[in-house]
Ligand binder design. Sequence first.
Ligand code: SF4
Ligand code: SF4
Length: 242
Amino acid sequence: MTEPGGPGGPDGRDGRDGRDRGGGRDELRALRAALLAVEELRGDLLRLAARVVALEDELTRRLPPAEAAAVTAAVEARTPALLAEIQAADLGGPSRLQLGLAVDKYQVPAPADGGPPCLELLPVCQARCCSFTFALSTQDLDEGVVRWDRGRPYLIAQEADGWCTHLSRAGAGCTCYAQRPAPCRSFDCRGDRRVWADYERRVLAELPAGDAPPSADARREAARGHELALALEAAALRARPA
Ligand code: SF4
Ligand code: SF4
């Protein structure tokens, strides 16, 4: 995904791949997905509020005032750590808004040795890396070049074949090379079991190759990154457009 002329390579176009996905229909689907997500969240919050009020009522009714106050203090003390755990667990949910890491993609370095020789390997690898699902960042969204899946904000848009919508099916590489997202800039497939069963012998992995479930530490780190990305996204949306 890093070598010019490979799947991550430029083809001289302006970043749009020319496919007509229905224009306004795409935007309407995105708006509907956003409204649905808000409505579902509102329902979840109301159910949670009812449960908290019921618990508080039970405590107040059953405990002497001093003990009830001690329980309240203990609950408040535990809340931050529990919230972090819940956020980490929740991040894997299917309907979460997904945002890429809050990094400047133009500062993301390519692999130190230049990465794999994509042009040479393309007949074998078939641009496997461009079939991976990942989230766009606020920077990508602000640029408005790289397309995202209108039903699953903000995952990279993919065609029915499962490959990125920006990958030229005519073999011309990445059609948004200059603005390609951060994951496309730093990816190195050589040790990635989703791509290669044996890189040295050029043996491609079977499709589909399942991902290993993330560790608890990785989930916590992802949740922290998600919170940071959300803060950046909120700041970008609230800023007055230039
Ligand atoms: S799978 Fe590897 S070799 Fe093939 S295009 Fe992607 S990064 Fe290059
Ligand atoms: S934007 Fe799409 S086509 Fe371009 S390098 Fe990334 S995954 Fe591949």
